[in-house]
Write a protein that binds this ligand. Sequence first.
Ligand code: NAD
Ligand code: UDP
Ligand code: UDP
Length: 316
Amino acid sequence: MKPYQEKRVLVTGGGGFLGSHLCDKLVSMGYDVLCVDNFFSGSKKNIIHLLEKPNFELIRHDIVHPLYLEVDEIYNLACPASPIHYQYNPVKTIKTNIMGSINMLGLAKRVKAKILQASTSEIYGNPERHPQNESYWGNVNPIGLRACYDEGKRCAETLFFDYHRQNKVRIKVIRIFNTYGPRIHPEDGRVISNFIVQALTNKDITVYGDGSQTRSFCYVDDMIEGIIKMMEETPDDITGPINLGNPEEKSILEIAELVLKLCKSKSKIVFLPLPKDDPVRRRPDISLAKKVLKWEPKIPLEEGLKRTIEYFKSIL
Ligand code: NAD
Ligand code: UDP
Ligand code: UDP
């Protein structure tokens, strides 16, 4: 018998938006949770309430450097996720995705841990196929402004599958589509947080382009449930990639109007230039997640937005 009782779970990027919600859930499930973060885009505020828990531990560390721990499972979420943050130091974003993944895979290999990679819908680039299913290889500009993230995440997937084939590492790869909720950094430029902050402070709502581009938004609680199901409830031969997201597709202009209505805001919508390589449309095909994980999102957009608006009211 092992000299410890609980499963030891490492969450890299555990101080970020998704990572902190994941830590909350794993701590509540009674596991021994180790949170690793360099706090580039995350915040201690997201996890401060966990520090007093006996089954939670925080390690300030950058996964670009090796890390020697003993764990049973690794959720690899460390990587800035919003365009402002991942384009701030693009070379560092690539290092986090490549060297960080190699280190976490090396760790998983050494201690025989199961490891989950938080991949992204961005690996589909500006998709020519709609909706996107897992067999689509994507349409990514390899030298554009988003490439540090898109290509970094694509190569990370390659590394996961090569460690799996070459070293028998047990991997789980999920492709996360746009997710929102409390604890999104108010200044990281993502659309939902931008619009809510603008609406609540009566500033102009900044729609990029004509707002006809689409995204499909998943509420954080649904996403965390899907991530944990993938780690815990699938046999070792289910490696993914599996899409996780909410297939309810909306144009960015529709999102702006909905946020204005829900915030009862007097802000007006202004149209600004569209950033380069901004994908025109994005919607997950989640048939595989439904079949394999028996999972689909439950929280409708209006409900999720209301909860997120309450959060931003409390911090602004
Ligand atoms: P986030 O920026 O809030 O969280 C990322 C966390 O990783 C932050 O706490 C940051 O400080 C930390 N980090 C970054 N580089 C690191 C490094 N080198 N070493 C250690 N820690 C590091 O973003 P998020 O939305 O919570 O995203 C979490 C993961 O999910 C990311 O890998 C992201 O690519 C993926 N993802 C998120 C979304 C989404 O819509 N939120 C969509 C697709 C994929
Ligand atoms: N590594 C780590 N923690 C570990 C084991 C490995 O950070 O517990 C790092 C190690 O520094 C190495 C990387 O993971 O650079 C890849 O490890 P692997 O065993 O695949 O490669 P090798 O050590 O043979 O280069
Ligand atoms: N967007 C916008 N106004 C903003 C922020 C974003 O119109 O203030 C648009 C952006 O151009 C993109 C969509 O909203 O088309 C989603 O942007 P986000 O950065 O949240 O996510 P991603 O582009 O990575 O999916």
